[in-house]
Ligand binder design. Sequence first.
Ligand code: FE
Ligand code: FE
Ligand code: ZN
Length: 288
Amino acid sequence: MIIGSHVQMKAPDYVLGSVREALSYEANALMLYTGAPQNTRRTPIEQMKINEAQELMKQSGINPEHLIIHAPYIINPANSVKPEVAELAREFLAKEIERTSAIGAKYLVLHPGSFTTTDLQTGIGTIIATLNTIEEYDDVVICLETMAGKGSEVGFRFEHLAEIIAGMNHPENYGVCLDTCHISDAGYDVNDFNGVLDEFDQVIGLDRLHVIHLNDSKNERGARKDRHANLGQGTIGFETLYAIAMNERVQSIPKILETPYINKKPPYKEEIAMLKSGVYDPSILESL
Ligand code: FE
Ligand code: FE
Ligand code: ZN
């Protein structure tokens, strides 16, 4: 099982600290934001302790492809109402691709964005136009994330992501990150995960799937809310999430937990242990 969680990336150890944090959870994968997810201020690459982080990953047997980068969720490449917003997204993404490459990571997760006061088709067109202005590069794959469909979010149907990828000048640079909380909130039945994968394969192609965000959801299927729950504490449930983690068709794909902290403490070591053992014990989470 390739399993990890969202980890922090902060001074003084930056990416090295992120890898240490992942190892403390007994994870073999990790995902980080290159700075605060809600802003675009970033530490220079030279200060991020990348060489030390890569060395530690090598020693610990973490495949560099299993270190995932997540772009900040405040950038909105779908905004055509304020062109400067899409322009900021474009400029930031170009630099984020450079950072991802410098870190030695391959997959950069990106929320497609929100169409705000226009409509879905305009939003999709704006995303395509924004992403197509990014200069050619070759060692990073942008993974568009499946969204819950909260507000005016684009990407709550696999068809939206397929349409974006089909509109790309360099479709080979694009893939998908599937978030279990988001697709359940969007209306997909994650209890029938093989059915979901069949549909994904038909609409997008399973070869585009590179990252899974493994989260329970606080809301019922179809609620379009996007509130993550700890494993077994939401409407999806541990058995279903465990079955997804164990599904052979996605065996080689890193699963990343983005479940909430409990009493200000990360629950990832405990949740990873439960997924490895297949045994759900709510008292372990309650004792955090
Ligand atoms: Fe995300
Ligand atoms: Fe996610
Ligand atoms: Zn979410």
